[in-house]
Design a binder for this molecule. Structure first.
Ligand SMILES: Cc1cc2nc3c(=O)[nH]c(=O)nc-3n(C[C@H](O)[C@H](O)[C@H](O)COP(=O)(O)OP(=O)(O)OC[C@H]3O[C@@H](n4cnc5c(N)ncnc54)[C@H](O)[C@@H]3O)c2cc1C
Ligand code: SF4
Length: 411
């Protein structure tokens, strides 16, 4: 029973299943799957290489467009990207592209596939701030073209929200350790446990040809909810970070109420269920506007999460501790008892004060303003990922960055 462990819920494909999926590919003239993939992955080509069990070629093809295929294969919302545009989707169901991608990446890496290290190093240097998917993607592409890259992160592990937000039952954390070792082998330097502040940034600007900001959007969105400071009410991201870094309190016999309807809410619910709680997910809209992917909603239901829809929270109640939450619903006011409330209501960027000092413009939303090349309003600074998009998807954080910023470019 999967509720007793934190291992990945989805299992890798067997060789037979992989073959079967590859054979289902119609090799369409204009592949809808490839066009719908934000990275433009060569899907029909790697399916064909996988069917031949040519892990070297499949690994080369998968990595030629994606810095982290093992991650995307696991956590992309494939139903609205590649698989949603697979021609077979309108027939008897899409080729399971995500599962194949994940299997290819694992088989290629297990068989010793490694990225080609640059034949020669240029004199150019880039500092990347943030080791989330955006920073790693930029680092990998610049390194490939011979640029000397150093990645800085305040955390002691790479991955950003892949490490602290996404739970291990969706993404095994040892994959991130393996990826760090691969990137180091390819020549990328990591300086972890290091918060980049204004003074450090000034030094990095002097020492490097360009800086890339992949700072993420990890500040909880503020909402009007009286009682939200009561003990027992917590922001989802802080709580998930504790769980994902190994501090797992027992919630046996407790009733946890998760407020929200996105992937973060499902991740909270499924984590709380594993800690022994009864879990209710309260969402303000109807079922068809839940933002979480259908796969995540199904898994949450299967594991015992109860949904209450069209419930808008209006206040938390309690004295020493939260005891219940009041809601507006189409049928009037409702109250739900809870010993713990997790607020999974979205995030926003938290631009550091040194952005203004450096004349780096931000949008009213807090997103860093960039042009189509990812260039900020500072001549030496580029940015990408959630700090320019707002909270988004891992795959969208990985699209090409620093295009044309250096005399030697990766493209
Ligand atoms: C709970 C949860 C579940 C998710 N599930 C999915 C999913 O299933 N599928 C999906 O595609 N996406 C999912 N996402 C979204 C995805 O994780 C993010 O879109 C993605 O991680 C953004 O990448 P990023 O590199 O822009 O930022 P982040 O991943 O946030 O990384 C930013 C990094 O910058 C570092 N940093 C920030 N400031 C500094 C500083 N001054 N000095 C040094 N380091 C700094 C941070 O420590 C962090 O490591 C989920 C998000 C959450 C919160
Ligand atoms: S990166 Fe995401 S959208 Fe692209 S092929 Fe992989 S799973 Fe599909």
């Amino acid at each position: 029973m999967r509720l007793t462990d934190w291992n990945e819920t989805e299992q890798p494909l067997s060789l037979e299943d992989l073959q079967l999926q590859a054979e289902r590919c119609l090799d369409c003239g204009v592949p809808g799957c490839r066009n719908a993939c934000p990275l433009g992955n060569f899907i029909p080509d790697w399916l064909e290489a996988a069917a031949r069990r040519d892990w070297k070629q499949a690994g080369d093809l998968a990595h030629s467009t994606s810095p982290l295929p093992e991650v995307c294969g696991r956590i992309c919302p494939q139903h609205r990207l590649c698989e949603g545009s697979c021609t077979r989707n309108k027939m008897e169901g899409a080729v399971t592209i995500g599962a194949v991608e994940r299997t290819i990446a694992n088989r290629a890496l297990d068989a010793g596939w490694r990225p080609i290290t640059p034949a020669h190093r240029t004199e150019h240097r880039v500092a990347v701030i943030g080791a989330g998917p955006a920073g790693l993607s930029c680092a990998e592409r610049q390194n490939r073209s011979g640029v000397e890259v150093t990645v800085y992160d305040r955390s002691n592990k790479i991955g950003g929200l892949l490490q602290t937000g996404v739970p291990s039952f969706k993404l095994d954390k040892s994959l991130l350790d393996r990826r760090q070792a691969i990137l180091e082998q390819a020549g990328i330097h990591f300086v972890l446990d290091t918060l980049v502040n204004k003074a450090m940034l000034s030094t990095l600007l002097e020492d490097n040809d360009a800086i890339f900001l992949g700072l993420g959007a990890q500040k909880a969105r503020t909402i009007e909810l009286p009682g939200q400071t009561l003990p027992g009410v917590e922001q989802a991201l802080g709580w998930l970070e504790r769980i994902n870094t190994g501090t797992r309190e027992s919630l046996d016999g407790q009733h946890v109420l998760v407020l929200g309807g996105g992937d973060t809410a499902m991740d909270c619910a499924r984590s709380a269920l594993r800690l022994g709680a009864e879990v209710t997910i309260a969402y303000r809209g109807p079922v068809d506007s839940l933002r979480a992917s259908p796969k995540e909603i199904t898994l949450t239901r299967e594991e015992g999460g109860q949904f209450v829809l069209e419930h808008t929270p209006i206040r938390c109640e309690g004295t020493q501790q939260v005891t219940r939450v009041h809601f507006d619903t189409p049928s009037g006011k409702q109250v739900i008892d809870a010993s713990k409330v997790l607020l999974a209501l979205g995030q926003q960027p938290a631009p550091p004060p040194w952005l203004t000092v450096l004349d780096i413009a931000t949008e009213p939303s807090g997103n860093i303003r960039v042009d189509t090349q990812g260039h900020t309003t500072h001549p030496k600074i580029w940015a990408g990922g959630d700090n320019t998009l707002g909270p988004n998807l891992a795959v969208n954080s990985m699209v090409k960055r620093l295009k044309g910023c250096l005399p030697v470019s990766a493209y």
